[in-house]
Design a protein around this ligand. Structure first.
Ligand SMILES: NC(=O)c1ccc[n+]([C@@H]2O[C@H](COP(=O)([O-])OP(=O)(O)OC[C@H]3O[C@@H](n4cnc5c(N)ncnc54)[C@H](O)[C@@H]3O)[C@@H](O)[C@H]2O)c1
Length: 400
């Protein structure tokens, strides 16, 4: 069986490698020709533990190759971006152009017995839109197409394990598509179980999971602001509360970032603004956190000319992903307030990230008068003693 994976980013590339490891013949396709060139040259373009080794093995076994041209295939996986944008009125809306264009491309080479699996995280009824696009391009009637939505739920940093061990939701539009998709996932999975449902429930399931985390983190962030006013330690408070057998509060931080948790709640809110009150309030709470941290930092500086060193620009520890990162927003707010900022993001090679000077750990420790710990990257965790020699604001409880 030949499987084509469309979109070779953080999700598509590890997925393609895992499918090849399971014995399928896999073709990786991306519209970014530079990505294809890099992969053909034997290198991966993202940071993920174990990925380079798994990539080399899959390529050496001859099960994985890459192409900048889309050709016929038994199965098409779609793992393209689904960002959001704000329209003129400031309303957050899902940008589904990538899903639609991938659907149009696949539709041009689609044959009646093929299966299309949408792995991207999408708003309700996007799989139906994809099926319509595939039908328009291929001429195959919509109810004869085999289309499923199987949302990806892996966490960056542990993808190669989770791809094989997380349960999978197969949300199919027809019973045949459910069987075909389930058979593929069952071949890949070691411990994970396949759960079959319809496409709309699968779409909402993924959004529900990430929104649950956003709401929980908003609660933690709200507690951090309240604790600050009360003069008590929020990390100690949450640790104690979590001793209760039915309480599990997540960790506060500088906000919420990444391509998923900071985005997906908007996909529900966009379609249900009257009903999604808690979801909206949580999003706003998390979006306001960088400004709260910036105000705290400015009020803690000994003098306005002090240099603030920001430890971490990505959105979570030990990954290079900068998308929707609240640490970057924190730096921009500090800069707007006239503060000199130097950041240390060990996973970004550039000397400047979105207008923020990015220096080595040694240099940030030399230059900064005051530190903000936004992330527990390993290099910071391993240097707690050195960090504690300076004044700091710890957003994530790393120094506990
Ligand atoms: N990154 C994560 O941790 C994560 C986790 C779970 C789910 N997701 C979801 O998975 C989807 C993909 O996310 P990602 O992080 O891999 O994005 P990404 O930006 O890292 O990769 C997407 C890739 O798709 C390519 N692309 C765009 N249009 C294309 C087309 N028509 N045909 C082929 N390739 C095309 C881009 O060039 C890019 O390489 C999103 O919906 C995201 O929400 C991401």
């Amino acid at each position: 069986m030949k499987i084509t994976v469309m979109g070779l980013g953080y999700i598509g590339l590890p997925t393609a490698i895992t499918l090849a490891e399971a014995g399928f013949e896999v073709c990786g396709f991306d519209v970014n020709e530079k990505t294809i060139e890099t992969l053909k040259g034997g290198h991966i373009h993202i940071v993920e533990p174990g990925l380079q080794e798994a990539f080399e093995t899959a390529v050496a076994h001859g099960h994985l190759h890459f192409s900048a041209e889309l050709s016929k295939s038994d199965v098409f996986y779609i793992a393209v971006p689904t960002p959001f944008y704000q329209d003129e009125s400031g309303t957050h809306k899902a940008d589904l152009r990538f899903v639609e264009s991938a659907g149009r491309m696949a539709g041009k080479v689609l044959e009646p017995k093929n299966l299309v699996i949408l792995e991207s995280t999408v708003p309700p009824r996007t799989t139906e839109m994809l099926a319509r696009v595939l039908s328009e391009e291929s001429g195959i009637a919509m109810d004869e197409l085999h289309v499923a939505h199987c949302p990806e739920r892996v966490i960056p940093g542990n993808m190669m394990f989770e791809l094989k061990n997380n349960d999978r939701i197969v949300g199919a539009r027809t019973p045949e598509a459910a069987e075909m998709a389930a058979a593929i996932y069952e071949k890949v999975l070691e411990k994970g179980i396949v759960h079959k449902t319809d496409d709309l429930t699968a779409e909402m399931c993924k959004l529900t999971e990430n929104t649950f985390r956003d709401v929980n983190i908003a609660y933690a962030n709200e507690l951090s602001v309240i604790c600050d006013k009360m003069g008590i330690d929020v990390f100690e408070l949450i640790r104690l509360a979590n001793c209760h057998p039915r309480v599990n509060i997540l960790t506060p931080g500088v906000g919420v970032g990444g391509h998923c948790i900071a985005v997906d709640p908007w996909f529900i809110y966009e379609q249900f603004p009257e009903e999604a009150k808690v979801i909206h309030a949580s999003r706003v709470r998390n979006e306001n956190k960088p400004r709260f941290v910036a105000d705290k930092v400015v009020s803690s500086l000994a003098k306005v000319t002090d240099t603030v060193g920001v430890l971490g620009l990505s959105y979570k520890p030990d990954v290079d992903d900068l998308r929707e990162s609240p640490s970057i927003e924190l730096c921009h707010i500090l800069q707007e307030k006239g503060v000199r900022v130097v950041a240390c993001e060990p996973f970004a090679e550039a000397s400047e990230v979105q207008g923020i000077p990015n220096v080595s750990f040694e240099q940030v420790m030399r230059e900064a008068d005051y530190l903000v710990i936004t992330l527990g990257h390993s290099i910071f965790k391993n240097n707690k003693e050195l960090i504690s020699e300076k004044s700091y604001y710890d957003c994530v409880g790393m120094m506990e």
